[in-house]
Design a protein around this ligand. Sequence first.
Ligand code: ADP
Ligand code: MG
Length: 395
Amino acid sequence: MKLDVNVLRYLSKEDFRVLTAVEMGMRNHQIVPAELIDRIAGLKHGGTYKVLKNLLKHKLVHHDSSKYDGFRLTYLGYDFLAIKALVNRGVFVSVGRQIGVGKESDIFEVATEDGTVLAMKLHRLGRVSFRAVKSKRDYLLHRSSYNWLYLSRLAALKEFAFMEALKAHGFPVPAAVDCNRHCVIMSLVQGYPLVQVKQLQNPETVFETIIGLVVRLAEKGLIHCDFNEFNIMIEDDEKVTLIDFPQMVSVSHRNAQMYFDRDVECIFKFFRKRFNLSFHVDQDESGESEFDESGRPRFFAIVKSTDSLDKELAASGFTTKDQDVIEEFIEGGIEQDSENSGDEEIVAEGCLPAEIDDTVVYNLNSLHLHGCAVRHDVNDEMQEKQYSNEVSHSN
Ligand code: ADP
Ligand code: MG
């Protein structure tokens, strides 16, 4: 996806005001009626409509007149809102090249005023098709929070909270700098994903460090759940950094052992294939070792004495309810992957599947999006108040 931040420079205060109004309207509308946008933005003399044209030209909103005249944010529009908020807070001053494209994110370099380069991760939950999910209507209807804006924001909040907590406990993860909407700013890792590393001076040491990390995470009550050669960064001195946390779960999750074993297996398989490592561990006499004879850590021996990070994470603003929502979404995605491998369809700009009944989406979203407490700028809060007033007037 192209992120032409030059456009940012040409956008006026009014442009952002109207873009924010569209975002607010999306809390309870899939497509926000133009007149509601106009009411929220409160520009004089039909100014909103002129601005909407400009936003449309820059692909920051999408126009839909199939049911009524309305607009929704595009990913780009949402990106701009987050970037603008972070630039206003002085977190960075410019956006550079794209350094990563994940299934559910885009990563860019950004630079601070003093020239420090950081990484910006824009979450894109809901970018991949929900074909399988769509066929399970039941699932969708009960998952009231199905909305890419909300999910991407939740993923960013979770990633930020976990990164901070993991860092505080001495895990080698990027430093969490800031978070706004679906965007996380973190320190840049000066290395490459393990998948791109063809040679290591000390593959055994790197392997042991990595397996040690899975074990230490489980001792802290956590499982990464996507622990593989794409989410482990290696620097020139073979230092290991762990990235990508939105899918992490607690060791008390019902499928915890399966996730743990799968993480371990990915690493074993990769090191066997790429670095030709073979594994064996001598058992101690008690037979209660944390590792089995093949060298794989035993889940139950490790989680016996967990020192859980849950409390800290709850204090960070990422609640158990948020965790449930995101887990349900991600597990749905996992099911979908196995059913539809090779048959993915990208939903343009993350819109909701067309077949979903509008009224259902409307009702469910209005219930749940209002209820979710995700970080806001003070500015957002003020506008939110204004928005609630607007809504109560219009009712
Ligand atoms: P996804 O959830 O989409 O897999 P990741 O967090 O794994 O996103 O990031 C995708 C890619 O972006 C990584 O494989 C890595 O190459 C790059 N990347 C992510 N975070 C950083 C970072 N902090 N520093 C350097 N590169 C990064
Ligand atoms: Mg990744």
